[in-house]
Design a protein around this ligand. Structure first.
Ligand code: PMP
Length: 408
């Protein structure tokens, strides 16, 4: 046990799977970064400043007064029907046609991932994931003792030929290839979109090879231009578990997300969800439903898209000025994240504590791979810091990495 492990020294009470799990790099960074005044590019936390708090407060008061006994009571384990009806409407924007009775509301999509992994993953199963991929998603699968095998990505998302090759290798090794975990829109952390052709190719491949698809989509409505992309789910509904979330497009404090599973799995998954939390908070669901009942929420979301685009442009302009030669990044068209590749030999993981001492923090690339890749990469989240902090933070990173690159 290393000293920065999340586990205390006495481990004899812990389950083997807990001891086997890798402590999260992201959490380590967050802990180290909890200093006042630090500029954080680490958090995938949305900017909430434009929410209509007075309206939400009025809705909350009204709900308490008129429906208090239901709001604070236990509720249906699949969520309240009014919210599921909104979810169905939202999914239509991505070409998904489903009924409210096919949706399970959860405490964020994180819990939905957990419920599905708990229901479907055996120890030793292989889950394929983009290289790099969302640390918290992979941690769910490894928490149930799955092995993550990374699939290479390029500017059009994960590469189907590489997936095919990796599936063959896994099967040749006698392992069970259970599923693909993919974030097709404004990927966390890569900022990349999976192209339409590849969505189809990946779906066909998974169907042909008997793999499930875990389609995780918290950022789909956060394209800077507001355009949405057709989901994988519609053509592959029999093998796809589609995950949605209100965290990034509205507010993570509501803790509300959902899963749309293949119909045949619904009751088994609902049973797991019920075992896990009995039901998602009724009050939270009612408050969100009231918010979604007023179409003005879409204007608020549009405002956010503009705000995120401005933050993104500010970050890229500031980095262009500040970073050493040989640094590169992609140009996401939405979402929260910029994926940065540093000059060869500059170690983002080794330098993160120095960065924190300088007053800025990012997540080292290594956090997003399970196989040790990513030492000269990092994720910068541009969603939360104010523009001035983005400029200052980028300048601080520039100084740090210029020195590091010069001293190589
Ligand atoms: N999936 C992805 C890709 C994410 O980035 C996140 C949050 N960072 C989640 C799932 C979980 O979000 P929540 O539980 O708040 O819905």
């Amino acid at each position: 046990m290393t000293s920065d492990s999340i586990l205390p020294a006495t481990t004899r009470w812990y389950a083997d799977r807990t001891l086997a799990a890798r402590p999260s790099e992201v959490r380590k960074v967050f802990r180290a970064a909890q200093k006042p005044g630090i500029i954080s590019f680490a958090n995938g936390a949305p900017y909430l400043g434009q929410l209509p708090f007075a309206q939400l407060a009025a809705d909350a008061a009204r709900l308490m007064e008129t429906q208090g006994t239901a709001a604070l009571q236990y509720g249906a384990s699949q969520g309240i029907p009014e919210l599921r009806a909104h979810i169905v409407e939202l999914m239509k924007l991505e070409g998904i046609s489903a009924g409210p009775e096919q949706v399970i509301v959860t405490n964020g999509s994180q819990q939905a991932l957990d419920v599905c992994a708990r229901t479907l993953v055996n120890p030793g199963d292989v889950i394929f994931a983009e290289a790099p991929s969302y640390a918290g998603g992979m941690a769910v699968f490894t928490g149930y003792e799955a092995e993550i095998v990374h699939v290479d990505m390029d500017a059009d998302g994960l590469i189907p030929e590489d997936l095919e090759r990796k599936i063959a290798e896994v099967k040749a090794a006698g392992k069970t290839a259970k599923g693909l975990y993919t974030i097709p829109n404004f990927q966390n952390p890569g900022g990349v979109n999976l192209s339409a052709e590849r969505r189809r190719a990946v779906g066909e491949l998974c169907r042909g090879q008997d793999l499930l698809i875990f389609e995780d989509n918290p950022y789909g409505l956060l394209g800077f231009d507001g355009r949405t992309m057709p989901a994988i789910q519609p053509e592959f509904a029999d093998i796809t578990l589609y995950f949605g979330s209100f965290s990034k497009m509205i507010a993570p404090g509501l803790r509300l997300g959902w899963v749309l599973p293949p119909q045949a799995m619904y009751s088994v998954l609902l049973n797991t969800a019920e075992t896990s939390t009995l039901n998602p908070s009724v009050f939270s669901q009612q408050l969100l439903t009231a918010y979604l009942d007023d179409p003005a929420w879409q204007e608020t979301l549009a405002k956010y898209r503009g705000i995120y685009e401005e933050k993104f442009t500010t970050l890229v302009d500031a980095l262009t000025e500040a970073m050493p030669e040989g640094t590169s990044w992609n140009r996401p068209t939405g979402g929260f994240y910029l994926w940065v590749t540093l000059p060869e030999g500059v170690d983002a993981e080794a330098l993160v504590h120095e960065a924190i001492d300088h007053g800025v923090v990012y997540v080292p690339g290594t956090a997003f791979y399970t196989d040790g890749q990513g030492s000269n990469e990092m994720r910068l989240s541009f969603c939360l810091p104010p523009l001035e902090d983005i400029r200052k933070g980028a300048a601080l990173l520039g100084t740090l990495f210029r020195e590091a690159a010069a001293g190589r």
